[in-house]
Design a protein around this ligand. Structure first.
Ligand SMILES: N[C@@H](CCC(=O)N[C@@H](CS)C(=O)NCC(=O)O)C(=O)O
Length: 202
């Protein structure tokens, strides 16, 4: 089984889950600039959408879309309860926060902010919107240590990526103490430390 990753891209969330659970999955780096694997294979030959997250499964099937990949990886390590027990309120909380990170942060804010063709004034507006997202996250994290439930879930992996990206944009979360404390806790997890180091290495 293979998980395709681009340095600091949203695939970091899936990468973190792989390491949290100690899953035996090949991590295949894709170069963002060339869109090629290290052996020169064009990524689009494997993943026609050209985006991460994506996995090649044991039977050769391709699975794409970050939330689907996170759910699949979670199913391989049920003892970690990364998606909550199916049908439980916890599982809906995990979906709630996965959706929040995906639609309100990833696609709405980061996608356009990193798009070289997007107008500057709109990007400035997105920064103010990002701070509103931080307000929402901090309100939740004032009540609990993890974003969705009482333990680490796929939503924490996705949010950890979102906070990593905020850092790359020069955004700090010190004005939101509960979020800052959460960020510190997440970035101290060995799976997160190892995933970031692996992605940063050539
Ligand atoms: N809808 C997709 C979006 C994935 C996405 O935006 N991936 C970005 C990285 S965070 C990507 O692959 N960017 C490279 C590109 O589009 O060329 C998902 O949720 O997985």
């Amino acid at each position: 089984m293979k998980l395709y990753i681009i340095r600091s891209a949203c695939s970091l969330a899936a990468h973190i889950l792989v390491r949290e659970a100690g899953l035996n999955i090949d991590l295949v780096k894709v170069d963002l600039a060339t869109k090629k694997l290290a052996d020169g294979t064009p990524y689009s030959d494997i993943v026609p959408k050209g985006q991460v997250s994506a996995m090649t499964l044991e039977n050769g099937e391709l699975l794409t879309e970050n939330i689907a990949v996170l759910a699949y990886l979670s199913s391989l390590a049920p003892e970690h309860n990364f998606m909550g027990t199916p049908g439980s309120m916890e599982s809906f909380r995990v979906l709630e926060w996965l959706s929040f990170v995906s639609t309100e942060m990833h696609k709405q804010i980061y996608w356009t902010t990193f798009n070289t063709e997007a107008p500057r004034p709109y990007k400035a507006y997105l920064r103010t919107l990002l701070h509103k997202r931080f307000d929402t996250l901090a309100r939740q994290l004032e009540k609990q240590d993890f974003i969705a439930t009482g333990s680490f879930t796929a939503a924490d992996a996705y949010l950890t990526w979102a906070l990593h990206l905020a850092g790359l944009l020069g955004e700090t979360v010190t004005a939101w103490p509960a979020l800052e404390a959460y960020r510190t806790r997440m970035f101290a997890r060995s799976a997160v430390v190892q995933a970031l180091a692996f992605e940063a290495a050539d």
